[in-house]
Design a protein around this ligand. Sequence first.
Ligand SMILES: Cc1cc2nc3c(=O)[nH]c(=O)nc-3n(C[C@H](O)[C@H](O)[C@H](O)COP(=O)(O)OP(=O)(O)OC[C@H]3O[C@@H](n4cnc5c(N)ncnc54)[C@H](O)[C@@H]3O)c2cc1C
Length: 578
Amino acid sequence: MLHAFDAVIVGSGGSGLYAALEAGRQSRTAVLSKLYPIRSHTGAAQGGISAALGNVEDDRPEWHAFDTVKGGDYLVDQQAARTMAEEAIQAVYDLEHWGLPFNRTADGRIDQRRFGGHTRNFGEAPVRRACYAADRTGHMILQTLYQQCIKNQVAFFDEFQVIDLILDQNQCSGVVAVELATGAIHSFAAKAVLFATGGFGRLFKVTSNAHANTGDGPAICARRGIPLEDMEFYQFHPTGIKGLGILISEAVRGEGGILRNRSGERFMERYSPNLVDLAPRDIVARSIMTELRAGNGIRGDRRIDDYVHLDATHLGAETLRTKLPDITSFCRTYLGIDPALAPIPVLPTAHYAMGGIPTDIHGRVLGDARGTVVDGLYAVGECACVSVHGANRLGTNSLLDLVVFGRRAGRHIAAYVKDAPPPRLGADAAAQASAWIARLTDGKPGPHGGHLADRMQTLMMQQVGIYRNAAAMRQALEGLRELHGRYRDVRVQDRSRAFNTDLLELIELGNLLDLSLITASAALTREESRGAHSREDFPDRDDVNWLKHSLAYLEQEQVRMDAKPVDVSVWEPKPRTY
Ligand SMILES: Cc1cc2nc3c(=O)[nH]c(=O)nc-3n(C[C@H](O)[C@H](O)[C@H](O)COP(=O)(O)OP(=O)(O)OC[C@H]3O[C@@H](n4cnc5c(N)ncnc54)[C@H](O)[C@@H]3O)c2cc1C
């Protein structure tokens, strides 16, 4: 089946919906989403969205931009960070005017709370910068944007999973998707395509991410020859529920929660004397691991069961009820504890991809190290790399990235499609996608893919996780290549057409396997420690050799690495202490 639009947005999280809203005002825009839109992972975001509104205490966009750059260990493109911090204020007010129910100060303004790495006056002390709607900020953003899209007649194709991109000589002209309800393959011709497919925490065994976060957009782009940027930088959030990975928002520490080891010590005082529990996530996650390695974890039955405590007992039932209600109920449901009475057992959990599809500040995809724009192709949100998060994202900066750059990309698309050439789809546009599906579903018997996913996630978690070294990553890469080989023999067990989730999960596994190769190769190549990338064999940051973005090309299941400069035009890189 063939459809034609001016613009096709792939993904209906916060970034896709914002872009669709803007593009849809002036052009025929369709949103394709493999999930029902408001099930997107943005809806799980808890803690807040940052903007230097200065509602509770003095704050400035300049401080916000600086914190973002320093938080990202100076791998952030600095003008992009400035753009984000400056446009944050209007973006938050726009959401407010569309009805987003933010928590309020006593005098009726948007309330703000503390979050890791956000400081006053270039690092002096934590600042209240995160605007929030209890601990359901992402849910409220998603609902607000979805309502606006419906009101503005954006066309939705729900439960359509995109599996290929149509790209010819640097010109994008559409996508190919499978319709979940029927199994039919649809081609969408479009003058502009925007990927907003979210993150890929499912690379790892323990993650805060939803099952659908399988990196489809980046994987599809990589297979079509587009490089992926800074893929070695994957963030582990310090506080997932022990064993499960379900997120306990940084907002708990923002409201005053404290991390403690087995002797009850507030150990972050030793690692970050100034910001303590509100140091950036890479530092807190590493500090927890260091405590565990030193035997300071709270013992389970075996050493492997060690964990630390997040203590919120002193915050009081009223704060927990009004500002952290979902967290409180997660603790009751998954742990059987009341956080007002008992500390929460936590461990780091795979959380956020700093890297992704390279773009400029208009969301246009950049196809090589020289920054050549791929005509008609855009990316935004967690699947993209602008880069405003560098080597480590600060909490609340992702929701902000979605709305600021979602809006920018949507506006750029609206202008671009006015004069863009009509898309040309060859008769064989869907051929590659159809061949993939035909192989997975052909009559030959073959193994199921489930055990491959499990093995990949374990390799990534244990050998390409928080602490890394060359020997472990080489071994992981060998294992991942072998899994790649075995993936060729995997077959779908369910042969029905309607709602064949077995097929779609296998396609997602193919995407994750490609991204695992890229992530591990990029991590092995970068011989320094920076932000979330911690090499035991190269413990120091090395600006002389490595102050550059990596670019990874996937070529016949091999990864070729390249690099491009970082924009350091505002602040000179300095040692990063907190
Ligand atoms: C538990 C949790 C809490 C968080 N809390 C915060 C917070 O408080 N503050 C903050 O700033 N950040 C937070 N984050 C990070 C932030 O929420 C995410 O980075 C962000 O929401 C990602 O939004 P997105 O628009 O890029 O993608 P998503 O919201 O993940 O949406 C992806 C969309 O793409 C679609 N899609 C994917 N693949 C395909 C395909 N092949 N075909 C069609 N559609 C496809 C999906 O259906 C979905 O609609 C949190 C993340 C998690 C996991």
